[in-house]
Design a binder for this molecule. Sequence first.
Ligand code: ADP
Ligand code: MG
Length: 406
Amino acid sequence: MTDQDGTGPVSTGTDGAVHEAVTKGYESVYGTAPQVVWQAPGRVNVIGEHTDYNDGFMLPIALPHATRLAASLRGDGVLRLHSAQSPDSSGITELALSDLVPGSVPGWAAYPAGVVWALRDAGHDVPGADLYFDSDVPVGAGLSSSAALECAVAAAYNDLCGLGLTPTQLALLSQHAENVFVGVPCGILDQLASSCCEEGAALFVDVRSIDPAEGRTRQVPLDLAGAGLVLLVIDTQVKHAHADGAYAERRRGCEKAAAILGLPALRDLPYAGLDAALERLPDDGLRALVRHIVTEDARVEQVTALLDAGELRAIGPLLTEGHASMRDDYRISCAETDLAVDTAVAAGALGARMTGGGFGGSIIALVEKAGAEAVAAAVTSAFAVQGWTGPRAFTAVPSAGARRLE
Ligand code: ADP
Ligand code: MG
């Protein structure tokens, strides 16, 4: 099994070692020491795909892979950005705060600049800053490198400016930045996971009630290692180009179906009422979208109940069912993710599914610890037979959300 830990320059080591490495990077770019170092993680979603924009449920975990940010405030209304991973990694992007308007910043810099814009748009009179990023979250692999970037900025500004915002509020601001400033119509899943997850737990999210004080959205203990299990993430390294358009199309379809059914969102259709509701829809396409969303919400609740009961192995078949639903009803899988899932299950995984928005990206597979190597190797061999570039596998350890490094 190839392990991705180690690909990034600051991916391993203690908090102190990571802090030192990122500080050095910042100093080499800006010539002084940063005021703070923060990190925000990537995520995988255990179950609950495309349910977020239907006001439904999902169950992500944060990954050990994170975007690290060394930051200092500036008093002259200028925002400077540098990423060790950007194509222009030798340069600094310099922006005037007064020029920040949606759509004004091209490329990767739009994500961090968008968060600063979103903070100011929400009435927080935050100043400019020097920001240095270094990340080991695989980019564009469905593991939310974009949310990691945004949530690191939101958390660092919250700290530096004493804003007193909660992780949930920071997630909402980050989503607003991606929706409006960058122009990507994502739901709240990625940013909530990156901001709010806790080590050793999955985060049950009810989009209608994301404030943890209300008691619905909550941490669900997930001790995989203690149960002798491994959650493998296998990045297919494939991303099909039509993903954005297909996402928008699915989203519109869900809104249309909810309107026809007279519901605020598909979350309001109970599982028991599914068959009757399907008969009221005009075509098979809409029926299939609704079937996925309603059964997926039910799967999230079933998986959460099993985890609460300590029955970790029993979630396997629900993961595989979730994949079939994405493949046959929501039609967002592709040959590569289907092959990875089928091969993982045939090689002994308890369950497997594509994770993330679809059309490529990563799959997860729940496996017995002793069988993890064999499952990863089987997927690699199956890809080789097709002549596809090697997939990359690593273990997803449920990790902490955004936090400050000392
Ligand atoms: P995902 O969030 O699944 O990784 P997205 O397409 O949503 O995929 O976000 C990927 C984009 O985020 C990249 O194309 C890049 O613009 C930006 N990005 C993420 N991480 C970094 C980083 N460390 N440095 C520069 N840009 C980054
Ligand atoms: Mg993203």
